[in-house]
Design a protein around this ligand. Structure first.
Ligand SMILES: Cc1ncc(C[n+]2csc(CCOP(=O)(O)OP(=O)(O)O)c2C)c(N)n1
Ligand SMILES: [Mg+2]
Length: 324
């Protein structure tokens, strides 16, 4: 366990900022002010925070529909996210893209897209460009275990492995794709790490709710990439707390594909609580500090909602701008 205070405080504050941003946005979503289909990553924050800490601003990230965590952890602008969900000009895609089309090139967050299996291929493409240009940067593709049903993921692994590309493939295995577990989509005993190794990738399964475990695994993968040793696959075991798309809890709407008991067991392993407990038990922060940080974050997010709502709607006359 790394007991560096600055690092642990960084982890907690990042996890908290992402958690509270999404929780406040989920409450706001229920008012009807946001119409974009929105996939919350509440419960999964440690993957984004742990991986991002191992990256530089020039390293690039591609991700899928459950993307707010990755955007914020890479340093994406908060108002850009909030206004995008509100459909306003101040949004990072000027209100045209919604929750699944986030971008902030200034911090290396190239973008999110809901097309499953794209992020691994685009990350491999960026990694190829870095390697041809002899730049020391790496590319990261985040995706879910459901995306691993797409052939493009494995083609990307193969290509990256053959060319020893500086790319990190990060699977957030939250046990479900929409409402189906992997057991109804893949043969019994399917092991994603084993499959990745068959393409000669380094592959590691980590506790995706332990930000320190994710960070350590990501850092060694990044070091290997920068040393020219090629790609790594990380399978981060985690759990989504809310419904697949939207702000509700599954049990509020009687969805039966998973039980409330299973959810509660995973909530016991909350990455934010674990990080906060570590700070307090190691004497790195007090319970008062944690509360104070939460009020600062809440104020920042609420202000972003106010500012987002002041931003104009896109003009109808610009409807076809940037459409190819
Ligand atoms: C190519 C493609 N096929 C199907 C879909 C519909 N779809 C959207 S999200 C999703 C489930 C994704 O599951 P997973 O990759 O595990 O990510 P999670 O939602 O669990 O984070 C599906 C099937 C899609 N967006 N793209
Ligand atoms: Mg999934």
């Amino acid at each position: 366990m790394n007991t560096n205070k600055d690092l642990q405080v960084h982890f907690y504050r990042e996890l908290l900022r992402i958690r509270r941003t999404e929780e406040i946005l989920a409450d706001e979503y229920r008012t009807g002010s946001m119409r974009t289909p929105t996939h919350f990553g509440i419960g999964q924050e440690a993957v984004a925070v742990g991986v991002s800490k191992a990256l530089t601003i020039q390293d690039v990230v591609y991700t899928h529909h459950r993307c707010h965590t990755h955007y914020l952890a890479k340093g994406g602008d908060l108002l850009g996210l909030v206004a995008e969900l509100l459909g306003r000009e101040a949004g990072c895609s000027r209100g045209r893209g919604g929750s699944v089309h986030l971008t902030d090139r200034s911090v290396g967050f190239v973008g999110s897209s809901p097309i499953l299996g794209h992020s691994s291929a685009l990350a491999a493409g960026s990694a190829l460009a870095f390697s041809m240009d002899k730049l020391p940067h790496i590319a990261v593709g985040f995706f879910g275990e459901g995306a691993c049903d797409e052939g493009s993921v494995w083609e990307s692994f193969n290509y990256a492995s053959v060319h020893k590309l500086p790319v990190l493939f990060v699977c957030e295995n939250n046990l479900y794709a929409t409402e189906s577990p992997m057991s109804v989509r893949q043969a019994d005993g399917t092991d994603l790490c084993e499959r990745a190794r068959s393409f000669k990738l380094r592959a590691e399964r980590v506790d995706g709710n332990d930000v320190n475990a994710v960070y350590q695994a990501a850092q060694s993968a990044v070091d290997a990439c920068r040393a020219g040793e090629g790609p790594t696959f990380l399978e981060c075991m985690t759990y989504r707390w809310r419904e697949h798309v939207g702000p509700l809890w599954d049990y509020e709407v009687n969805r039966a594909y998973r039980t409330k008991k299973e959810l509660e067991e995973w909530m016991e392993k909350c990455p934010l609580v674990r990080s906060g407990n570590l700070l307090v038990t190691q004497g790195m922060a007090s319970a008062g500090d944690l509360k104070q940080w939460q009020s600062e974050v809440d104020a920042e997010v609420n202000e972003a909602i106010v500012q987002g709502k002041k931003s104009p709607w896109p003009e109808t006359s610009t409807l076809f701008d940037n459409v190819y």
